[in-house]
Design a binder for this molecule. Structure first.
Ligand SMILES: *[C@@H]1O[C@H](CO)[C@@H](O)[C@H](O)[C@H]1NC(C)=O
Ligand SMILES: *[C@@H]1O[C@H](CO)[C@@H](O)[C@H](O)[C@H]1NC(C)=O
Ligand SMILES: *[C@@H]1O[C@H](CO)[C@@H](O)[C@H](O)[C@H]1NC(C)=O
Ligand SMILES: *[C@@H]1O[C@H](CO)[C@@H](O)[C@H](O)[C@H]1NC(C)=O
Length: 301
C-alpha cells in the first residue's frame, strides 16, 4: 500500500535544516510559497489535516483538511478551433478541494478574491456571489514569470465550454479561498496574487501524483467506444495504485467522466504529502456497463 509518500521526507528534513535561514529555499516549495519555515520550527504543528483536534497554526495545516484532487475525462472541449484541446493519454485537472473533515464543504470563502466570471452557485446563503470581471489569471501567472506553470496548466487543466483561465479562476475563488494555508496572511511580505500562483503550483504537484490514465491502463482499462467496464474493475485499478477507494463519477449513460482522490495532507497541501483515504461520497457509476469513451477526432493534442 502506497498510502503515504515517504520518499518526500528527505526533502522535509532538508527544509527543517534550512528553516532558520533567511535565504530559505526549497526543492519542494515554489518561489511563491507561504512562510512554511515557521511550521517546521514549531514541532507539533506538523500533523495530518483533520487528525488532531488540538489547535494548530492554520497556515501550517488546513482547517478544512479533507483534501480532494479531482480530475475529468472529457471527450471534447468545444473550443478546439481556438486550440483548446485535451492531452493525449491523460485525464485533465478539475481542481484541489478543501472539504470539511466530514466531507461537507464550503465555497467562495473570501469575496475579496472573487475572480470567477460564472459563480456556481450564484447565490450562497442568500448572498449573491459578486462578479469582479477583469482579473485574468493567465496574465497573473505570466506576471510572476511562471511561463512553465502556465504551459503545464494550458495542457493539463483544460476546461470544457469556456476558456481554461476562466475555469482556473472558478476553481481558485470557489475552493482555494476556503483553504486556510493559502490565506494571504500566511505569506511573508505578501505580494498580491502570490497565493494564486502558489495554489496552481500545488494543484499541479498533487495532480502529478495521480496519473489516472496510467493507473487504469496498467489494468487493461483503456478508452473504447465498444468495450464496457465494471465498477469493480475500475476501482480495483485505482485502489491498487493508491491504496484507497476514490470517488468515480459517471454521466447518465454510464459514461465515466470524473475521479476524486481523497486524502489528509501532512501539514500544508503545498508540501505535496498526502495520505490516501476512501471517498466519503461513493460512486455515481453503474455496477457494470461503464463506458470510457474515446475522445472526439481533433479534440486531442
Ligand atoms: C496533537 O497536537 C498537540 C499539540 O500541538 C500535540 O502535543 C500532540 O502530540 C498531537 N497529537 C497527535 C496524535 O499528533
Ligand atoms: C434565505 O432567505 C429565505 C427567505 O427570506 C429564508 O427563509 C432563509 O432562512 C434564508 N436562508 C439563509 C441560509 O439565510
Ligand atoms: C477503505 O475501504 C476498504 C474497503 O471497504 C477498507 O478495507 C479500508 O480499511 C478502508 N480504508 C480506510 C483508510 O478507511
Ligand atoms: C467515441 O465516442 C465519442 C463520444 O460519443 C465520440 O466523440 C468519438 O468521436 C467516438 N470515437 C470514435 C473513434 O468513434
Amino acid at each position: 500500500m502506497r498510502a503515504f509518500h515517504w520518499q518526500l521526507l528527505p526533502s522535509l528534513a532538508l527544509l527543517r535544516a534550512v528553516a532558520g535561514s533567511p535565504s530559505f529555499s526549497s526543492p519542494v516549495l515554489g518561489p511563491t510559497s507561504p512562510h512554511l519555515a515557521q511550521c517546521l520550527l514549531s514541532a507539533p504543528a506538523y500533523t495530518f489535516s483533520c487528525e488532531n483536534t488540538t489547535a494548530v497554526n492554520t497556515c501550517c495545516v488546513p482547517t478544512q483538511g479533507l483534501v480532494l484532487q479531482t480530475q475529468f475525462w472529457d471527450t471534447y472541449t468545444g473550443l478546439e478551433a481556438q486550440g483548446q484541446k485535451l492531452p493525449w493519454k491523460a485525464w485533465t485537472i478539475h481542481g484541489l478541494w478543501p472539504d470539511n473533515c466530514d466531507g461537507t464543504f464550503e465555497s467562495y470563502c473570501d469575496f475579496s478574491r472573487q475572480y470567477d466570471p460564472k459563480p456556481d452557485p450564484p447565490v450562497l446563503n442568500n448572498v449573491t456571489v459578486p462578479i469582479v470581471p477583469g482579473v485574468k489569471l493567465d496574465e497573473v501567472i505570466k506576471s510572476f514569470g511562471r511561463h512553465d506553470l502556465l504551459k503545464y496548466m494550458n495542457k493539463f487543466w483544460v476546461a470544457q465550454g469556456q476558456p481554461s483561465p476562466e475555469f482556473w479562476a472558478h476553481e481558485f475563488s470557489k475552493h482555494a479561498t476556503c483553504f486556510s494555508t493559502f490565506d494571504t496572511t500566511c505569506y511573508k511580505n505578501y505580494k498580491q496574487h502570490e497565493e494564486v500562483v502558489n495554489f496552481f503550483d500545488t494543484v499541479v504537484q498533487a495532480y502529478k501524483q495521480y496519473p489516472t490514465y496510467t493507473f487504469l491502463a496498467s489494468h487493461g482499462i483503456l478508452p473504447s467506444n465498444t468495450t464496457t467496464y465494471t465498477l469493480r474493475a475500475v476501482l480495483d485499478a485505482l485502489e491498487a495504485a493508491t491504496g484507497a477507494t476514490p470517488h468515480v463519477g459517471c454521466g447518465a449513460d454510464g459514461q465515466l467522466n470524473e475521479v476524486w482522490y481523497y486524502s489528509h495532507s501532512f501539514g500544508a497541501p503545498q508540501l505535496g504529502v498526502f495520505k490516501h483515504l476512501n471517498t466519503t461520497f461513493g460512486a455515481t457509476c453503474p455496477e457494470s456497463g461503464i463506458r470510457y469513451l474515446l475522445r472526439a477526432p481533433g479534440s486531442e493534442a
